[in-house]
Design a protein around this ligand. Structure first.
Ligand SMILES: NC(=O)c1ccc[n+]([C@@H]2O[C@H](COP(=O)([O-])OP(=O)(O)OC[C@H]3O[C@@H](n4cnc5c(N)ncnc54)[C@H](O)[C@@H]3O)[C@@H](O)[C@H]2O)c1
Ligand SMILES: O=CCC[C@H](NC(=O)CCC(=O)O)C(=O)O
Length: 504
């Protein structure tokens, strides 16, 4: 196989019918609806293709099923050699992948590079997690051997979001393959180009035909895959709305494993912090990184109604006004680039207008300078007098500020959400943190650190409307395999004494 990068780059806009589906080890054109990927920073179409129709979804499920025994029967070391070859492909093509992510998502190049690093880092972490969490244990037993082992589910579907088109699907795909599953990958329709490149790297790594299948397309493709009776599990990262639909769809099917990684309406409380610049840094990293397009981003900031709170807010406004927002490839890199689409940017402007109508007072107005493009400047809005607000995730750089007098009341309001992904406290007092930790309900709880930038070496997931108790990242190993308990002896033998009432 030729590893020259020209041979593995994804399709271009002048190839509307290019083979963008990868089924049974063959690239083929989609037979479904045409769709396109747009560079959000300049509005140019960068990729065109046709979605997979129901017959292609079925063919991919059949291919994944056919490949399952070959893949799961392989020695773990053999599977790992291929997964590590994928890591090597990623490393060799890291800059191309980072540029693609920046081009397709609008994410600043510096940050896109960190996404690729997270993808590569995922390999060693997933191998460690597989061995640690789903390895083999032998327990002592007289006259036999007792084992705890783990088996792959079979054929699993992976659904990815647009905001980390490489790293987050990779966070399901890598542990699923290590465990011995075969995979059907349905990426976001907003980022098909990154998905195509990723799967080409798997192909280059020597993954056997059918072990990974790529099904590109819009919502119809997603529905056809999620509803296909031939899959054994579905690992989803995306919005809470879609996750809830899938949860309903999977009701009454206890035999299928469903892992849902969804959004949040994440709180960050600030209380009595001496280092105001550091607090402001952590607030900005929490609220505005990736133009606020991270599931972990702080959406609600609770600031104490005192002189310290006033000083932190004043500095926050000053620093936010200076945040550089620009083209992802700008020579002097911006803090963040474009949002995913002009439509998403306009939705943030509308969210702000709606909150203003409910009594919110903008301290810094979020703006979309050019309605044809996807750039938005960060906004901060005081909602203290606008409560109660709808409990929604606004997936962009709009931070809602609540001024509070009482710490417990602030924690109560922080918990006043159906979501429960990330939460944080910036405070100098450890006793305050211990109290906060005991009361707050979230899957990620940080103290004096940003609430974004979670480690792949830790579990990553939320409660409530944020997830279904199947945390990803380090704990992804858990949902990629099921435990099997075995008692084994090399021959049958009569026990030394028979149970009462039995004679043989
Ligand atoms: N908890 C996490 O780990 C995490 C990480 C990243 C993003 N997110 C969340 O993801 C969201 C942003 O991503 P998004 O807008 O791409 O999510 P989305 O829910 O719109 O799409 C996710 C995937 O689901 C597919 N899909 C959409 N509707 C479907 C349906 N009815 N049936 C089957 N498939 C369907 C899409 O094509 C896509 O592949 C935000 O809410 C964010 O908080 C969560
Ligand atoms: O947008 C949501 C993901 C945000 C990101 N989380 C991770 O990268 C989790 C780690 C992993 O899955 O390996 C963040 O916390 O910024």
């Amino acid at each position: 196989m030729n590893s020259a990068i020209d041979n593995i780059l994804p399709g271009q806009p002048d190839q509307p019918d290019h083979p963008c589906q990868y089924i049974a080890g063959e690239w083929q054109a989609g037979n479904g609806k045409a769709f396109a990927s747009v560079n959000p920073a300049n509005g140019e179409v960068i990729w065109r293709g046709k979605g997979a129709d129901a017959a292609q979804v079925n063919a991919a499920v059949v291919a994944a099923r056919a490949a399952f025994y070959q893949w799961s029967d392989m020695a773990l070391t053999e599977r790992l050699a291929i997964v590590e070859a994928f890591a090597a492909q990623l490393t060799a093509n890291a800059e191309a992948m980072a540029r693609l992510i920046a081009e397709e998502t609008g994410k600043a190049l510096w940050e896109s590079r960190t996404e690729v690093a997270a993808m590569t880092g995922k390999i060693a972490i997933s191998i460690k997690a597989h061995n640690e969490r789903t390895g083999t244990v032998e327990n002592p037993m007289a006259g036999a051997r007792a084992f705890i082992r783990h088996k792959p589910h079979g054929v699993v579907a992976v659904f990815g979001p647009y905001n980390f088109p490489g790293h987050l699907p990779n966070g399901h795909i890598v542990p699923a393959l290590i465990a011995g599953n075969t995979v059907l990958f349905k990426p976001s329709e907003l980022t098909p180009k990154v998905a195509e490149f990723t799967v080409k790297l798997w192909q280059q790594a020597g993954l056997p035909a059918g072990v990974i299948n790529l099904l590109q397309g819009e919502v119809e493709t997603g529905k056809a895959l999620a509803g296909h009776p031939g899959i054994d599990g579905l690992f989803f990262t995306g919005s809470s709305n879609t996750g809830h639909l899938l949860h309903q769809q999977y009701a009454g099917q206890p035999g299928k494993i469903l892992a849902l990684e969804m959004g949040g309406n994440n709180p960050l409380i600030v209380k009595d912090v001496a280092n105001i610049d550091a607090a402001v840094h952590d607030i900005i990293q929490s609220a505005f990184i990736s133009s606020g397009q991270r599931c972990t981003c702080a959406r609600r900031l609770f600031i104490k109604n005192d002189a310290n709170g006033d000083a932190i807010l004043a500095k926050l406004l000053e620093a936010t006004a200076k945040i550089k927002v620009a083209e992802p490839f700008a020579e002097t890199q911006p803090f963040y680039g474009a949002m995913i689409s002009a439509k998403a940017a306009a939705a943030m402007v509308k969210a702000q207008t709606d909150i203003q109508a409910l009594g919110g007072v903008s301290l810094i107005e979020l703006t979309q300078p050019d309605p044809a493009l996807s750039f938005v400047t960060p906004g901060i809005i005081d909602v203290t007098k606008a409560l109660p607000l709808p409990d929604e995730e606004h997936f962009g750089p709009l931070l809602k500020v609540y001024r509070y007098n009482d710490f417990d009341a602030a924690i109560e309001e922080a918990n006043n959400t159906a979501f429960g992904l990330s939460a944080g406290l910036l405070a100098d007092s450890e006793a305050d943190y211990q109290h906060f930790y005991r009361r707050i309900r979230a899957g990620i709880v940080n103290w004096n650190k940003p609430i974004t930038g979670a480690s792949s070496a830790a579990p990553f997931g939320g409660i409530g409307a944020s997830g279904n108790h199947r945390a990803s990242a380090y704990y992804a190993a858990d949902y990629c395999a099921y435990p099997v308990s075995s008692v084994e002896a090399s021959s049958v033998s009569l026990p030394a004494s028979l149970s009462p009432g039995l004679s043989i």
